[in-house]
Design a binder for this molecule. Structure first.
Ligand code: IMP
Ligand code: MG
Length: 185
């Protein structure tokens, strides 16, 4: 894996696709157990676009829950390498989630603002439960809300991209995850 450059910034290899796949298998096992324990065989996964699209695809496949469903919602809060603090819902949910077990699929929880807003919004629709699965979690950046129930990797508060995560909509296609080089910011 080589360094990559986007928007004039240099990023170095951080998490390989192999490590990502390993954590996805672990998360899938945990979610399957969680469904069994709560006696729920038809959970609904809600993928938060755009960043979580790759992770959601791989996780949904790995879970192999016959009656599971997937839905999509879209939020936007980031510009460049930092959060704008203002979260806009760009695309809403059309499915009825009343009485259902919901697993929100996020790429990353940073300040926690998107997660908090999403949990509050979904709670109003009377689901049986709302839990969050996030591939990445930056504990030191968390300002509001709580840690996701299921976390792939806990990472320091550094800007990363690849495997769905972007910098101004670029770099999502990268197979692995890269981190901003220290001397670039
Ligand atoms: P939060 O509301 O601050 O927790 O931010 C959540 C959203 O910001 C995530 O779903 C990502 O889309 C984006 N984000 C947070 N940290 C990063 C990062 O390091 N790289 C790329 N996007 C990020
Ligand atoms: Mg996101």
């Amino acid at each position: 894996m080589k360094e990559v450059t986007f928007r004039g910034l240099t990023f170095e290899p951080y998490i390989t696709r192999e490590e990502i796949d390993k954590q996805i298998q672990r998360l899938a096992d945990e979610i399957r157990c969680d469904c069994q324990e709560s006696g729920d065989d038809a959970p609904i996964f809600i993928c938060v676009l755009t960043g979580a699209f790759m992770f959601a695809t791989d996780l949904f496949r790995a879970c192999e829950i016959p009656k599971s469903e997937i839905a999509f919602i879209r939020f936007k809060s980031y510009e460049g390498t930092s959060s704008t603090g203002v979260i806009n819902e760009v695309m809403g949910l059309t499915q009825d989630i009343a009485g259902r077990s919901v697993y929100i699929i996020e790429d990353i929880v940073d300040t926690g603002m998107t997660a908090k807003q999403l949990r509050e919004k979904l709670a109003k629709e009377n689901p049986k439960s709302v839990k969050m699965v996030s591939l990445l979690f930056k504990p030191d950046s968390l300002i509001v809300g709580t840690k996701p129930e299921f976390v792939g990797f806990e990472i320091p508060s550094k800007f990363i991209l690849g495997y769905g995560l972007d910098i101004d909509e670029q770099a999502r296609y990268l197979n692995d995850i890269y981190v901003l080089k220290k001397d670039d910011k």
